[in-house]
Design a protein. Structure first.
Length: 245
């Protein structure tokens, strides 16, 4: 299983290593300039390592989902960072799809319409795709969907058709899925992924909640567990040479 390390801001930065020195930050910015996120070299480098391991096992699927047991585990951040990294590195067309109508990504929060409008028949798919500073990276915000519509939308043929259309246009879809134990439609939404990664906030998410979430998605192929904001007493110099699986 993957160990994804995200430095806690309260801790001093790790000493530079040969790996971190050759990394550079990646920036995600919407074409109209209303959103800009910079992913630091440490994050970019570790996502690259994760993608390389998945590739080496021939497990880089068409639709890759990120999910978590509970809220605020970093699913949206990792979805956007992974989409940006793959678009930059793989010469592939990538679309990050936000399924989280309850707690939408920053793209939806700044006013973009999105998937909800398409599912309600109010907009065409082309109207709600958000272009970015990466010509091969597009974002599909969640937009707004009435609460009573969300459970049925997660299971709808309409959603399946939208994803099939995206499959034809993009090499990879990154699916930002709401917390498994927080909303009823999370599991039906996760089924739309070919395989998922479970994001766990180390030291915060209880092992019981992790087990419950994994039980809920045991019918879905899992690529691994991504440990987010890891804290450890192992000296960082030693940690850098430990295997990450």
């Amino acid at each position: 299983m993957f160990r994804f390390l995200r430095r806690n801001k309260s801790q001093p930065a790790a000493p530079k290593s040969r790996v971190t020195e050759i990394q550079a930050p990646l920036t995600l910015q919407t074409s109209d300039g209303t959103l800009k996120i910079e992913f630091i070299p440490e994050i970019v480098g570790q996502i690259r390592q994760m993608i390389s391991r998945i590739e080496s096992r021939d497990l880089l699927v068409k639709r890759m989902g990120y999910l978590a047991a509970v809220r605020e585990e970093g699913v949206t951040y990792l979805s956007l960072a992974t989409g940006t990294t793959m678009a930059n590195d793989l010469n592939a067309d990538v679309c990050v799809v936000d399924f989280n109508w309850w707690w939408p990504s920053p793209v939806s929060q700044i006013g973009y319409e999105g998937l909800g409008s398409v599912l309600m028949g109010q907009r065409e798919l082309n109207d709600v795709l958000v272009t970015t500073n990466h010509p091969n990276l597009v974002l599909l915000p969640s937009g707004f969907l009435p609460i009573e519509e969300r459970p049925s939308a997660a299971r709808s043929d309409r959603l399946s058709r939208v994803l099939s259309e995206l499959d034809e246009r993009f090499d990879h879809l990154i699916l930002d899925i709401p917390a498994i134990l927080a909303v009823s439609e999370a599991v039906p939404l996760a089924v739309h992924a070919d395989a998922c990664c479970l994001v766990v906030h180390q030291g915060v998410t209880s092992s019981n909640n992790v087990r419950r979430a994994l039980d809920e998605v045991q019918h879905i192929d899992m690529l691994g567990v991504v440990m987010n904001q890891v804290k450890t007493h192992i000296p960082k110099g030693i940690l850098q040479i430990l295997p990450s699986e």
